[in-house]
Ligand binder design. Structure first.
Ligand SMILES: C[S@@+](CC[C@H](N)C(=O)[O-])C[C@H]1O[C@@H](n2cnc3c(N)ncnc32)[C@H](O)[C@@H]1O
Length: 394
């Protein structure tokens, strides 16, 4: 067993995913990659290498194969470790079938908004090269590597397959990937270590996959981040935007964990997963957890629709203000929603519409156009006076 056996991957925004590995050494040898025995599965466009596959894995009831396309995204390339069925779904995504859509959305194009720089105690980070405002795009890229999340291969086996996936990438993409940060420093498991430090989870074909977007990987963490990311599963793109004004030279950060969790929960995720102790202003403040408690208490009062409810627009404004003071601008969708309802509940159509629009904007930025929560606010915006919350607290 190695340290990697016990680590978990990024658990935000998706569910906790513990990677554990079999210690059955006999099984390990059964999976050794040998060209003479590799199983070639369906081969053809968009894949530029014959897929090499494991035997059937018990838990997923299928084999995993390495699929590489060196021509993907104008030659940027991509390697995916997944089942043959899911590989077909990948191949049908607009990211593969419609290069013009990638170009039209300016995915993989430089934004000239940041530069990589060494940051004290944080390794490399990203600094703004010009002042940015809310919603300005920082990065938008396709991934270099994706791997179906499984807990059946041993760490040794997994490393062999993942290395093959990286080896097959175009030289520049491979070099960028191998130059990324890692957490534990054990050369034998370098590819898994890089993924440990840089992965996001994405659901494709009903299965969680770990994914690495090399450029985006230089974003460090803060519990009061000034940027937010969104993953588009059609384009396989990871896009980062500013959530508040960012000054030239300021570090651009995202959150690796839920910033609405208390200090201990945040640190308990960051320390074992990434081996750093967050020292952002919220983590060094003595009052940040108290503010979080106040935020949760205000939300509970605003969510009380009984006859004795004390929820009010003033309370909603205080909730919004606390989010701004804590640097949680990228996580205000719920607070905006409560504000829309609080204004609607006292018959203030202007306030209700203003904040329902803001809630929509915040959801789009954080969860994307597929979020079911958008419908909630679209329904209110269609006719505030017909909404269940209208004049509920008058
Ligand atoms: C996704 S990488 C970020 C870029 C990385 N700093 C680099 O040099 O490439 C994640 C790693 O960066 C470091 N890191 C990220 N945020 C940090 C922070 N707030 N404080 C200290 N280290 C941090 C940790 O070593 C973590 O494992």
């Amino acid at each position: 067993k190695t340290v990697l056996d016990r680590q978990c991957w990024h658990e935000y925004p998706l569910v906790t995913a513990h990677i554990s590995s079999s210690t059955d050494r006999t099984k390990e040898y059964a999976f050794v990659i040998q060209d003479s025995i590799h199983r070639i599965t369906e081969f053809g466009a968009p894949w530029t290498h014959p897929p090499k596959c494991t035997l059937i894995l018990r838990n997923i009831n299928d084999k995993l194969c390495v699929y590489t396309s060196t021509s993907f995204a104008n030659g940027r390339g991509i390697s995916i470790i997944t089942t043959p069925t899911i590989a077909k779904q990948y191949a049908g995504l607009p990211a593969f079938t419609d290069q013009s859509a990638l170009n039209a959305q300016q995915i993989n194009e430089p934004t000239y908004t940041w530069r990589a720089s060494t940051i004290l105690n944080k390794g490399i980070g990203m600094l703004a090269t010009k002042p940015l405002v809310f919603a300005d795009r920082v990065t938008s890229y396709t991934p270099a590597f994706l791997a179906l999340l499984e807990d059946e291969l041993t760490t040794h086996e997994r490393e062999k397959w993942w290395r093959l996936a990286i080896e097959q990438l175009p030289a520049q993409t491979k070099e960028e990937f191998l130059g990324l940060a890692y957490v534990f420093g054990d050369e034998r498991f370098r590819v898994q270590d890089i993924v440990q430090a840089n992965t996001f989870q994405v659901e494709i074909g009903g299965r969680n996959h770990l994914a690495v977007w090399p450029e985006t990987s230089r974003l460090n963490h803060a519990c009061n981040p000034n940027a937010q990311y969104i993953i588009n599963t059609d384009m396989l793109s990871h896009t980062v935007r500013a959530t508040r004004p960012i000054a030239e030279g300021e570090e651009i950060t995202i959150s690796y964990t839920s910033p609405l969790d208390p200090y201990s929960v945040r640190q308990n995720h960051l320390r074992p997963s990434f081996r750093f102790k967050c020292a952002c202003s919220r983590c060094t403040s003595h009052t940040s957890d108290d503010t979080l408690s106040l935020i949760h208490s205000l939300q509970a009062q605003l969510n009380d629709w009984s006859a004795s409810s004390t929820g009010s627009p003033e309370m909603a404004e205080q909730l919004l203000q606390l989010h701004r003071e804590e640097g949680l601008e990228g996580f205000m969708d719920v607070a905006y929603g409560f504000a829309a309802l609080a204004y609607s509940a006292v018959g203030d159509e202007t306030g209700a519409v203003k904040y329902a629009e803001k809630a929509k904007e915040a959801i789009l930025m954080k969860d994307g156009m597929w979020s079911a929560n958008l419908r909630i606010w679209e329904e209110l915006l269609m006719n505030v006076k017909a909404h269940w919350s209208w004049r509920r607290r008058e």
